[in-house]
Ligand binder design. Structure first.
Ligand code: DX5
Ligand code: ZN
Length: 214
């Protein structure tokens, strides 16, 4: 599996050192942008993304937890971001248009759902989106407990993608650790996001490697 550590769990006083760890051990760098409206929390925005962009050596994977995500696609593409995901709950009928816009700007487009959205709601975007992000906690905060029902959602989505002969990566985000990574891989996950289990570990680079090989 690919490992996309979430910078949200990093030490913000020493971001340069933290990004250094990701440059050596991550596959993607997962960046959680929150607006305090779509989710009840605010993380970081463009001032941090702009500082990171020139030092990030791995593809930047921006997870937008904001209302009106379409407002930010162009700016993200100008920063050299590789993957952009936005919530289906925030985009509604604009979802297909958002996917096309992101792809038109040369980035990979991902559609995200929270644990209370039926996974079938993603099916209309199979064949359109480059990847899907299944939240295994409710978006908004790091350090929450993995919701085990997410495994069935990943498996159902994987089966539907296969049934349609399409290709799309499945990314999973929230409470991911060595305790559930193998089960996620078996369910059909391709990319795992991990915040606390990487950054709170004694050896973050080894923790990333363990997730990759789970
Ligand atoms: C939650 C974020 C996650 C979070 C994951 O809203 O989307 O990316 O940082 O953190 P952990 O791995 O600690 O659950
Ligand atoms: Zn995230």
């Amino acid at each position: 599996m690919l490992v996309a550590p979430s910078l949200l769990a990093a030490d913000f006083l020493h971001l340069e050192t933290e990004v250094g760890k990701l440059n050596s051990g991550a596959d993607w760098i997962h960046l959680d942008v929150m607006d305090g409206t779509f989710v009840p929390n605010i993380s970081f925005g463009f001032s941090v993304l702009e500082a990171l962009a020139p030092v990030a050596k791995k593809p930047m994977d921006v997870h937008l937890m904001v209302v009106h995500p379409e407002r930010w696609f162009k700016r993200l593409s100008e920063l050299g971001v590789s993957c952009v995901s936005f919530h289906l709950e925030a985009a509604g009928r604009r979802t297909s248009a958002n996917i096309r816009e992101i792809q038109g700007l040369g980035m990979k487009a991902g559609v995200v759902i929270n644990p209370d959205v039926p996974v079938q709601k993603l099916y209309p975007y199979i064949g359109k989106a480059d990847f899907f992000l299944i939240m295994s906690v409710f978006a908004g905060f790091g350090g929450q407990k993995f919701i085990y029902e997410s495994l069935d959602r990943v498996a159902a989505l994987r089966a539907e993608i296969q049934k349609r002969g399409a290709t799309a990566l499945i990314e999973v985000d929230g409470g991911v650790s060595a305790a559930n990574a193998a089960a996620l891989r078996e369910a059909g996950a391709d990319v795992v996001v991990a915040g606390s289990s990487v950054f709170k570990s004694q050896d973050p680079v080894a923790a990333m490697q363990a997730l990759r090989e789970a």
